[in-house]
Design a binder for this molecule. Structure first.
Ligand SMILES: [Zn+2]
Ligand SMILES: [Zn+2]
Length: 421
């Protein structure tokens, strides 16, 4: 049998690439914490209905892309294609609506879609997302959008802009839907087959179609924002005022509809022009009916998700790199007894938090020094028969070649003095 290969459409993330992933994840945790969000870790596996019910039948995800299988108990299970449905399921199942409002949660992890793998599209991909429950006030919308912008700014992405739209609520959306159906009925012959189907099932999604013929036909299509009820209009206007207060730059995009059925009211998408072209990096919106659809009490909610692969690619192209962990010390030891002592010294330094390597073989002093240099060690600690007898350690500071002898406890002090320089 030949060597194993990863499953088609999934990828390993290896060092040093992983340092950029950790950099983003660590900043995300800090930013989310500052805004009062706590982590939730829902399972990757859900009953298929969790997604068919929420995402909607007439969407590409449910129609074509779900990673669904039947398990040995004859249950239909699906590897999550996105995070929101799982978090809402968990929110309802765990009675989190009884906790103080709002409940603000974030998640990070792999998602799965069964589609043809291509550049930038894998069957296993990763998202960071947030969901906030229990508040319908646009203050929450503004806060969530501002938090997303701050996160992207902190990880090193520039040229950020936010497009916003309002998709209306269960009161005003049906009327808008009728207007859209009427607008597209005489154009049905020129729409793609997907859009002909959407015309019946979810005409809003025609506004989202990427087929050039459909883009042409939807010129002059009615905008959701012209058909909002008083409540939705006020919500949308207040949101814009608050975003201005928070100095979040945004533009109105009446054509933006989120691809999934559950979105209501505020929808937003953040793009970056940092690399010339406009790249979408994150998107989100309100889904005020989803908790109720899942059998919970009427609970407004809003969230967003950002794609890690896209963000990592953008940052890499921009040459934003996260530094590899620095090796504080490399312990060189020569001779049987010194090698044993060297391991004890390394253990002591590691317990103090110093990243420390030892020589595992019995190579020469010269070879060990060369390896220490190759690993970028800040200090080399040397233990030979002399040092063992004296109860001291020799050291060499690699930055300037300074050397001397110290006791084990002095070595710890030496390593910490210029740790962050
Ligand atoms: Zn409305
Ligand atoms: Zn179309």
């Amino acid at each position: 049998m030949g060597p194993f290969r990863a499953v088609k459409g999934v990828q390993d993330v290896l060092p040093p690439d992983v340092f950029l992933w950790q950099h983003i994840e660590s900043i995300a945790c800090d930013v989310f914490r500052a805004y009062g969000f706590d982590e939730i870790r829902p399972p990757i596996l859900e009953h298929t209905e969790v997604f068919t019910r929420s995402i909607g039948q007439a969407t590409d995800i449910v129609d074509k892309e779900m990673y669904t299988f039947t398990d040995k108990g004859n249950r239909s299970l699906t590897l999550r294609p996105e995070g929101t449905a799982s978090v809402v399921r968990a929110f309802v199942q765990n009675g989190m609506h009884t906790l103080p409002s709002p409940q603000k949660l974030y998640y990070m992890g792999p998602m799965f879609r069964y589609e043809r793998p291509q550049k930038g599209r894998q069957r296993q991909f990763h998202q960071i997302g947030v969901e906030a429950f229990g508040i319908s006030d646009p203050k929450l919308d503004a806060e969530v959008i501002a938090m997303l912008m701050e996160l992207l700014r902190q990880v090193g992405l520039g040229g950020l802009s936010c497009e916003i739209n309002s998709l209306g609520c269960s009161k005003c959306r049906p009327a808008f839907r009728e207007v859209l159906v009427k607008f597209f009925t005489p154009k049905l012959g020129s729409l793609c087959t997907d859009c002909v189907r959407r015309h019946n099932e979810n005409p809003l999604r025609i506004l989202d179609c990427k087929v050039p013929g459909c883009i042409k036909e939807r010129k002059g299509a009615p905008a959701a924002t012209d058909h909002l009820c008083g409540e939705c209009r006020e919500h949308f206007e207040t949101l814009q005022i608050l975003l201005n207060d928070l100095r979040v730059s945004f533009t109105l995009n009446p054509e933006m509809v989120r691809g999934l059925d559950y979105y209501t009211s505020t929808a937003f998408e953040v793009t970056s022009t940092d690399l010339g072209a406009q790249n979408a990096v994150a998107a989100g919106g309100r889904y005020d009916n989803l908790v109720k659809d899942f059998g919970g009490p009427d609970t407004p909610a809003i969230g967003f998700a950002l794609g890690m692969e896209r963000l990592v690619a953008l940052l890499s192209d921009k040459a934003v790199s996260a530094e590899a962990p620095v090796l504080d010390a490399y312990v060189v030891s020569i001779g049987k007894e010194p090698v044993r002592k060297g391991l004890v010294i390394a253990e002591r330094l590691r317990m103090k938090g110093f990243r420390t390597e030892v020589s595992y073989g019995s190579s020469s002093l010269k070879n060990q020094m060369r390896r220490a240099d190759k690993l970028g060690a800040r200090y080399v600690i040397i233990i030979g028969e002399d040092e063992l007898r004296e109860g001291m350690l020799s050291y060499k500071r690699m930055s300037d070649g300074a050397s001397g002898k110290v006791s084990a406890s002095e070595a710890e002090g030496l390593l910490s003095t210029d740790k962050n320089n």
